[in-house]
Design a binder for this molecule. Sequence first.
Ligand code: ATR
Length: 246
Amino acid sequence: MPFRVRQKDLKQFFRSLLKHSIRGLNVTIPHKQAVIPFMHSLSREARAIGAVNTITIKNKTFYGHNTDGKGYITSLAQQAKLSVSNKRVLLLGAGGAARAILVALGMEKTKSVHVANRTANKAFELILQMDKRFPQTKFSASSLEDIKTTVWTSCDLVVNTTSMGMKGSNYLSLPLSKLSAQAVVSDIVYTPLETPLLKNAKKLGLKTHPGWGMLLYQGALSFQLWTGKKAPLKIMQKALLEALKK
Ligand code: ATR
């Protein structure tokens, strides 16, 4: 059931939720941060990311979770067979999605993450916060243009969290040929299903990881939180891909 809620009506919305036997809900843009004051408890992920995408309700209590980052890591492990612990990552972008993935990478004890963003300052701000939370991971930052060659040649995973390549938007060409043959190229953009970044990586014979994976697995993790049951992944994947192809 979709609920369209204005920010000014959130208080009333949460009050009315308690009158119905609803076990939980997803939250999406633009309310992922605005719902936080209404939560009685936040998971470690939701607290670190500073955003909630999943709410569970039990005994009139609201629990805020965030399955975006874990969804990404699970999708990467399942679909690209890549475990990020002790790996080197190049992350493009410094927005909300980048933050969710950075927290998940920190929790998985990734060896190093270089954050590159069009607005370099935002990348530096983000790594300052991550540095404090995850001392086991080495964080660095730069603008998109100033990524050092050694970052490209040594990384195990490149992940694009910017809207570059999304339907109709500009795409900055990246020096993917500098990557090692084992590197995985991942894009969280899922419209189109095969983004220019993934197309270019495939042409170079690199392993790719599509954006719909994160969407699928964050949903599967939410399903698990609400029901305590394993999500019907195959059915969800079929429905998701059918909807995205339309
Ligand atoms: P989301 O919640 O999906 O992460 P966001 O918080 O608005 O969305 O972040 C969008 C990201 O895409 C930012 O890193 C943004 O870069 P800036 O911080 O410089 O704005 C990046 N982005 C958007 N359009 C871009 C483009 N054409 N080229 C490069 N980066 C782009």
